[in-house]
Ligand binder design. Sequence first.
Ligand SMILES: [Zn+2]
Length: 205
Amino acid sequence: MPSESPSKSITMDANSIIYVDGKDAYYIDTPWNSTDMPELMAWLDVRGLTLKKTVFTHFHEDQTGGLDYLLDNKFNTFSSNKTNQLLIKQGKSAANNEFTGVNFEFLKDKIEVYYPGPGHSPDNLVVWLPKENILVGGCLLRANEVNSIGWIGDADTEKWALSVQKVQEKFPNVKLVIPGHGEMGENSSIITHTMEVVNGFNANK
Ligand SMILES: [Zn+2]
């Protein structure tokens, strides 16, 4: 991250993000199992950081694994109404806050959530960090080194490319994209790559 930036983000295992703003910390997804959460909380503790809230980019376990832990420990968690419904349908706990609509300001001027439409899952969100021009793409976006569409059990492969296109149009100045899994990619390379992967999949269906 640029050192002159007033706030910084750190990429952790499996591409969940801890956004640090002064002494406050925000999780964007938790790939961890509940059993791994104490270690993560200790990581914040050592640095004198306080977890303010967590947002989940879709309902699958790879991003919501820490939700139960956060609920048990009375932290503020946020999901879209769609994500919460999908969690409940699976018999899982829902986040204790929810939002509706296409845009949601998770942290004023610093963390914005956007729902572009279905793709990898019906509820996949992306998260925009406007100070850093970083896009957290979640599982909507496929890393540059991955040429397959991945698990599509909950996917809408027809609408996926359109959703990605909306992301591209909304964030034209992106400097870095962090996909749900795999390596980060500069500029919008991951966005165009994902469109190619999805269009290729549909063409060969
Ligand atoms: Zn997923």
